[in-house]
Design a protein. Structure first.
Length: 275
């Protein structure tokens, strides 16, 4: 093997190791901090529909997205719904949005104007700026860690948090039950015709199975004193330190800079104001 090949292999291995370590470090940040950072950005961007604030926020979010250390394949697969939602929303606004300025195309209900195109761009950037950090920040979040953080850091009621956690844990079982029902019906020869009727029947069977499993789970949790009043003990402590505050500060800084630039350029368009 040549020296160049060895050097290239070592560089690739080092890059993968660095990405993996970055991803592990990001995964250990308290989920409450990730939720707070995403909410800070989202709440501010929801207040205005303009391309400047959304565009500035999207650019400032790039280092944050890269810090998550996600492989590119994982990034595109996880964020694909966000890109599709942003594109379809922008197209809809461009075709049927509020008409203002010069009208470029007018056909039946479709009316594409200067104002609708500007609004479509703002919508596209706005959906990306809100959706991308939310998806990327929560890729590495474990539901149990999130429940621990909400109960111990935010001090939400333990009954509500544990009930929601139990429901989240059962979502994967629903998919497995659906596949099991499909295989069982196919083995009995009743899955060859009538797709709509078969889907409705399977959905009803899945609904009944979910109710039974939920009742059994509720009884088991109550037997283990999950609904008892008074303070609870937790198997794992949810810690909130400097890294968490730093992530929240980054989210707040992105929101403040985006609003400041939009107001300074006169692009800020408060959706509850006169427009």
């Amino acid at each position: 093997m040549s020296v160049d090949a060895v050097a290239g292999s070592a560089a690739a291995s080092s890059s993968r190791s660095s990405s993996s370590s970055s991803r592990r470090a990001f995964a250990t940040i308290n989920p409450v901090a990730k939720l707070a950072a995403a909410l800070l950005i989202a709440v501010v961007l929801v207040l205005s529909i303009d391309p400047v604030s959304a565009g500035v926020a999207l650019v400032l979010e790039i280092p944050l997205l890269l810090a998550a250390g996600l492989p590119w394949r994982t990034f595109w697969l996880r964020t694909l719904p966000v890109w599709l939602g942003a594109f379809t929303g922008a197209v809809t606004v461009a075709l049927y949005g509020v008409t203002s300025g010069e009208v470029y195309v007018e056909w039946m209900l479709v009316r594409i104007s200067e104002g609708s195109l500007l609004l479509a761009v703002a919508t596209f950037l706005r959906v990306l700026a809100i959706g991308l950090p939310a998806v990327v920040l929560f890729v590495t979040v474990d539901p149990t860690d999130l429940a621990d953080g909400l109960a111990q850091v935010v001090r939400l009621p333990a009954r509500f948090v544990l009930g929601a956690l139990a429901g989240m844990r059962l979502l994967g079982l629903l998919a497995s039950d659906w596949r099991a029902l499909e295989r069982a019906r196919r083995a009995r020869g009743v899955a060859d015709t009538g797709r709509v009727r078969r889907a409705v029947s399977a959905a009803f069977a899945l609904f009944v199975l979910a109710i039974r499993r939920g009742s059994a789970l509720a009884t088991a949790m109550e037997a283990r004193a999950f609904g008892a009043p008074g303070p609870r003990t937790w198997a794992r402590a949810s810690r909130f330190g400097g890294r968490e505050w730093a992530l929240i500060a980054v989210g707040a800084a992105i929101a403040v800079v985006a609003v400041t630039v939009a107001v300074a350029t006169g692009a800020w368009n408060f959706i509850l104001g006169p427009g």
